[in-house]
Design a protein around this ligand. Structure first.
Ligand SMILES: NC(=O)c1ccc[n+]([C@@H]2O[C@H](COP(=O)([O-])OP(=O)(O)OC[C@H]3O[C@@H](n4cnc5c(N)ncnc54)[C@H](O)[C@@H]3O)[C@@H](O)[C@H]2O)c1
Length: 270
């Protein structure tokens, strides 16, 4: 299915941990479409994950960067420009983690120190990605920046806990920075609100299997897979979507617009 949609484009893909990661699939599709990019993840993920395998497949390098640290973004952009030889055309933010979720804290018993970490890792890091890019002037005109979100930003999903607030902030940053960067340099900034997907971050949510099955049954098209998400993100990185910015785009098989399905009605019958 390769159409060289990203031929000549250079970028950075964060957040690929293992072959289930959404960013992993995006990297493989970006390579197929002719892009040149570097991979990045947190130093700890480099030790635990399989990102070096992906780097080999994509004939690129991995640069460690903790997304909460401004100096790591600065060094990452320097290395990306050195390796790729010029300014960048796309950035993927595929980063999320909540210590409260990971350690099973109830929403009524959150540790605030961890709440701040959830916000820093999963949302403020997106602002840092954009602000450092702007200050260092690393993006070409019409560059495209995408972050991954979830519908818990708009609706209550009990076990999503403080990640719901993190995603609401993430989507808000896409609007505010999209407005600024569009005017300054014609840079596009969007979030993609993805279906539940079986990855390390996804399955860390309590009751994930039920979430997944419910969404599958409610969505007219079923859940969108990580591969489908990769295709959509490639379209957003490409020149085919040049006028799309400041949006939160639901990529969820219709879940967000559906009230109830026949399947769920049948299951709920006494
Ligand atoms: N899996 C789902 O159901 C689902 C649904 C909607 C949105 N998303 C979002 O997609 C994105 C990618 O998650 P995924 O599902 O592919 O899971 P994943 O666990 O494969 O990816 C999450 C990544 O975040 C990285 N990360 C965590 N802390 C970091 C830090 N301080 N600095 C840099 N990187 C850090 C991890 O190392 C990991 O690679 C996340 O933003 C997630 O919230 C996931």
């Amino acid at each position: 299915m390769a159409n060289q949609l990203l031929k000549g484009k250079k970028g950075i893909i964060t957040g690929a941990l293992d072959e289930n990661s959404i960013a992993w699939k995006i990297a493989l599709r970006a390579k197929e479409e002719g892009a040149e990019f570097i991979l990045s993840n947190a130093p700890v993920a480099l030790r635990m994950g399989k990102i070096n395998e992906l780097a080999e497949q994509c004939q690129t390098i991995v640069v460690p960067a903790d997304a909460t640290k401004v100096e790591d973004w600065e060094a990452l952009y320097d290395q990306a420009q050195d390796k790729l030889g010029g300014k960048l055309d796309f950035l993927l933010h595929s980063i999320g983690m909540s210590p409260n979720v990971r350690k099973g804290r109830e929403y009524g018993d959150l540790k605030y120190e961890w709440f701040l970490q959830s916000l820093d890792i999963s949302a403020l890091s997106f602002h840092k990605m954009l602000q450092v890019a702007e200050k260092k002037e690393v993006l070409n005109e019409w560059a495209s920046v995408v972050a991954l979100s979830y519908i818990a930003a708009q609706r209550a999903f009990a076990s999503y806990s403080d990640m719901a607030q993190a995603k609401a902030v993430l989507e808000s940053i896409a609007r505010s920075y999209g407005e600024r960067y569009g005017r300054l340099n014609k840079v596009r900034v969007n979030t993609v609100s993805q279906s539940p997907t079986k990855t390390t971050a996804g399955t860390g949510i309590d009751g994930f299997d039920a979430f997944f099955a419910y969404a599958e049954s409610l969505s007219p098209l079923g859940n969108a897979s990580a591969e489908d998400c990769a295709n959509f993100v490639i379209a957003l990185f490409s020149d085919l979507t040049r006028m799309v910015t400041m949006q939160n785009l639901f990529h969820d098989g219709g879940f967000s617009s559906t009230g109830i399905s026949d399947d769920i009605v049948a299951r709920m019958k006494p």
